[in-house]
Each structure stands twice: as C-alpha cells, then as structure tokens.
Design a binder for this molecule. Structure first.
Ligand code: BG6
Ligand code: MG
Length: 219
C-alpha cells in the first residue's frame, strides 16, 4: 500500500489569487461594475469559464457567445501579464519544506489544479521537478467540486484514492477531495474550509510530526 499527495496550485503553492482577482476586476470595471475581494472568494478553485459566468451574473450582463469568448481571452491575457515575472519569491511559506519532506521519502506527488496555466507557473517558480504528475484545467472535463481532477491524479500516481492526501485552499476543492474519498486538508481560513478533515492556516503551522502521521497512515 502506498500513499500519494496531491497539491492544489493557486492559493496553496503560490498566491496567484491576487492576480486572478486583478484581472477579473479589470474586466468588471471595463464593463462598468465593481468586483470585490469577497466576491473573489467564489472564484477560488472554479474554472475560468465558470468564473466569467459568475462575473457576468454579478454585473447583470447578457453576453453573446462571441463576446463571452473574447472576454475569456482578455482576462487570460491580463492574467498572463501579471504572472509573467513571477519567481520563487512568490512560493507560499514552507511549501518547499513540505515538498522536500515528501521527496526525501520518495512519496509520489501530484498537482491537481483547475488552472490551464499550471505548468508555466510551476516552471517560473522552479517547482516543476517535484511533481510526478500534473493534472490541470487542460485534462479535466468536470470542474471542482467534482472529484475528477483528483481521481485522475490518483490513478496517474498509481495510488488508491483513499490513500491520497489533498491540500486545498478552496471550498470547492475540499468538497472535490471529500467526494473522491481522500484525506482533505484545508490550507487557509478554517471557517471557510470547515468541511476539511484537517485545517491549517498555512504550511508553517504544519509540523514534521503531523506530516509523519500522514505518511504512516496514523490519521
Ligand atoms: C484555479 C483558481 O486554480 O484555477 C481559479 O483558483 C481559476 O480562481 C482557475 O479561475 C482557472 O485558472 P486559469 O489559469 O485556467 O484561468
Ligand atoms: Mg486554489
């Protein structure tokens, strides 16, 4: 029996939520309405297409298919400009410590993200080589909270879903991990992520003892 670890990207490994927010806010402002940080919470873990649907709902805007597709492109171009110069300094605290802990023990590691930009971001921050498999927005048909992304990751690692640990910062992601029958660990606001099996504000709160209990199935 072997264990596998699956990391979400945005909000777990890097704080890209702020760049997604800026790009959505720019589009909202251009369309003549405001987009708040609070509303941005609903966008975490959610696919680009679904985010735009929600955004247009907020602004009460009816779009033609053509406009919709053009705004999808605009938003992503703005987002890509924001992340262009990302580097290792934007890795969230203690992520490398946890990745090294797992690597040292030869435990398989997957990425399970809704983003279609996952691979270039991991490359920019220098973490790509840690991942045995990358499952992202290019590989899935059903968005979180559907468990598809994590089930594909588990299969690709060759690990039973019930033997996978998932780190997530979004409620939709915790729900996806739970639906996959995996151990869900919320990284962030425990109130928002109360459905998780375990909660940590960030990885600095997660000590070696806890990591050790995870890899030895004592949880
Ligand atoms: C998720 C983010 O990881 O990826 C969402 O939490 C984002 O906010 C989604 O909408 C899709 O990302 P991208 O990079 O494909 O637009
Ligand atoms: Mg996330």
């Amino acid at each position: 029996r072997s264990i596998g670890f699956i990391f979400d990207l945005d909000g777990v490994i890097v704080d890209t939520a702020k760049y997604h927010y800026l790009a959505w806010k720019k589009l909202a402002n251009e369309l003549g309405f405001e987009f708040t940080h609070q509303q941005n919470e609903l966008f975490k873990g959610v696919s680009r297409k679904r985010c735009l649907e929600i955004l247009l709902d907020i602004g009460n805007i009816n779009a033609t298919q053509e406009q919709f597709d053009a705004w999808m492109v605009d938003k992503n171009e703005d987002y890509l400009a924001y992340i262009e110069n990302m580097n290792a300094s934007e890795i969230l605290p203690d992520v490398p410590r946890v990745l090294d802990f797992l690597k040292d023990r030869q435990i398989p590691i997957a990425l399970g993200s809704a983003s279609k930009n996952a691979r270039p971001i991991l490359e920019k921050v220098g973490l790509l080589s840690y991942f045995d498999t990358i499952v992202d927005g290019n590989n899935v048909t059903k968005a979180k909270p559907d468990p598809e992304v994590f089930l594909i990751a588990a299969r690709s690692l060759g690990v039973n879903p019930s033997d996978c640990v998932v780190f997530e910062d979004a409620l939709a992601g915790i729900q996806a991990a739970n639906a996959a029958g995996m151990i869900s660990i919320g990284i962030g606001d425990a109130k928002i992520l109360s459905e998780a099996n375990y909660n940590f504000a960030d990885f600095t709160e997660m000590d070696t003892e806890f990591l050790q209990t995870l890899v030895t199935y004592e949880v």
